[in-house]
Design a protein around this ligand. Structure first.
Ligand SMILES: C[S@@+](CC[C@H](N)C(=O)[O-])C[C@H]1O[C@@H](n2cnc3c(N)ncnc32)[C@H](O)[C@@H]1O
Length: 225
């Protein structure tokens, strides 16, 4: 632990400049891997990821990996956040639902691009902390709720896009129902012990799916019934 703290302090002294760390992250992890959606790139450039991780991990916030955020949960790797955001092909007028607020970082990225973001977190302390972070960072277009995202956010339907950031065995039907016509949903779905990002598109009440990358997310959990 002491060694970790010393490394962290040293690392902190060496790389105080989070802005340049973020610029490097965008160049070397996001653009160089093929992300081209300009609004996604701009959001990744703007949002201070280090504000969304626990203090002891701040200096690692721009590393190419997920990080612990407490309660056995993680903030996703920056590239995966950018990739999922790009796939949704968002417009400024869109209304988006996120299941799995976690640190609030993905919600902040979305809030830079679209009009309104609704986000649900099942673990109360995480949801509360994320809501505080998002408020402190000045977001007035992110609406946080604590609860089981399995049921979606019925009062706010329909959503132009839905993003699930924990891995379910299948996408809950309620979420497809709350998607608008031509809406898209992206989720890390588990199949035979492997997870893949799947992009679903709704058209005239039919759902088409497209399998994308292999990934590793924390499991989608359920409130006790
Ligand atoms: C990989 S983390 C999310 C990362 C997050 N999007 C971020 O930017 O930090 C997945 C989150 O989904 C939450 N989660 C899992 N099952 C859920 C459910 N049924 N409803 C809402 N949140 C859920 C977990 O508690 C965890 O915080």
């Amino acid at each position: 632990m002491i060694v970790l703290i010393l490394i962290n302090i040293l690392y902190g002294y060496t790389f105080q400049n989070y802005t340049s760390m973020r610029a490097n992250m965008v160049e070397n992890q996001i653009i160089s891997r093929g992300i081209t959606h300009q609004a996604t790139i701009a959001a990744m450039q703007k949002v201070p990821r280090h504000m969304y991780v626990p203090d002891e991990f701040q200096t690692f916030a721009y590393d190419d990996r997920p990080l612990p955020i407490g309660n056995n949960q993680t903030i996703s790797q920056p590239y995966i956040v950018a990739y999922m955001t790009e796939q949704l092909n968002l417009k400024p007028s869109d209304k988006v639902l996120e299941i799995g607020t976690g640190s609030g970082y993905q919600a902040a990225i979305l809030a830079e691009i679209v009009n309104k973001v609704f986000t649900i977190e099942i673990i109360k302390p995480l949801g509360q902390r994320a809501a505080t972070t998002l408020k402190n960072e000045g977001y007035t277009n992110v609406f946080c709720r604590i609860g089981d995202g399995y049921h979606g956010w019925k009062e706010q339907q329909p959503f132009d896009a839905i993003i699930i950031t924990a891995s379910p065995p299948e996408v809950p039907e309620a979420l497809f129902n709350q998607l608008s016509d031509k809406g898209q949903l992206i989720a890390p779905v588990e199949e035979n012990g492997q997870q893949f990002l799947v992009l679903y598109t709704k058209s005239k009440n039919k759902i088409k799916s497209k399998r994308l990358l292999a990934v590793r997310f924390v499991p989608f959990t359920r409130d006790k019934q």
